[in-house]
Design a protein around this ligand. Sequence first.
Ligand SMILES: Nc1ncnc2c1ncn2[C@@H]1O[C@H](COP(=O)(O)OP(=O)(O)OP(=O)(O)O)[C@@H](O)[C@H]1O
Length: 274
Amino acid sequence: MNAASPLPKAAGLTGAPVLIDMKDVSKRFANGTVALRGMSLQIRNGEFVSFLGPSGCGKSTALKMISGLLSFSSGSITVNGHPAGESPHGSDIGYVFQEATLMPWATVFENVFLPLKLQGLGKGEAKARVEEALSMVGLANFARSYPRELSGGMKMRASIARAMVTKPKLLLMDEPFAALDEMTRSKLNDEVLGLWRSHGLTVIFVTHSVFESVYLSSRVVVMAARPGRVVHDIALPGADTRTSAYRMTSEYTDNCRLVSNALEGTMDHVDLNH
Ligand SMILES: Nc1ncnc2c1ncn2[C@@H]1O[C@H](COP(=O)(O)OP(=O)(O)OP(=O)(O)O)[C@@H](O)[C@H]1O
């Protein structure tokens, strides 16, 4: 596949305001690695965008730069009109990492309470919001449990509750389900879709999985490595009304084939000069 392949170009939610605007963003680490080169992307309110690509293509780097956790070497990134990392409402962004990263010595309640505590809220004031976030992910009865008492899927649910407790508008998820078994992963995929729909979220979801990206996304951004860059931007309409039955449809199979071909094509795009 080459760059001229007839893939549906993502138009996004054309009427919605632009939430994230990346213009010609590059990142060169101190050791000379060009993690990203010339990444330009607009993401509108309410989109569910997956970053899909082989290891090392800069997916996590892009996510960290959007959140403001990592600086970039050139270009510009704005989130809701503010330079990345400089939003007056820092809590507008929720971040879920590949590992659940829970504090092992603290209960589930205390773990989910942490972002509110960092905002200066007392436990009493925050209680209802923590309980609401736990209910949202089906952990209402596990507030007093410790992480060691939870399964991998439950730990990830707690991590999602912690990201959601500040009621973010933008949820950044970096391969959150990669370590989970297939059944748990499918279930959590449905739960994330439910959260996206019910909370009017914008989600950026990093994954290696074609199947996961096609199931979840309204748009798949396919990236290539060496140097990391965007090579395809594929619209997948209908994400807002999909149910698990979608996995059994020919539309799903066709979309998986389309995205899989685009991903395979990333190997044709390796620039050996980098
Ligand atoms: N702190 C760092 N210093 C130097 N190089 C780095 C650093 N962080 C990442 N890299 C390099 O930048 C490139 C992009 O890394 P990144 O983690 O963003 O890729 P990725 O697509 O998320 O990979 P994976 O799917 O394996 O998580 C890789 O070559 C990686 O080795």
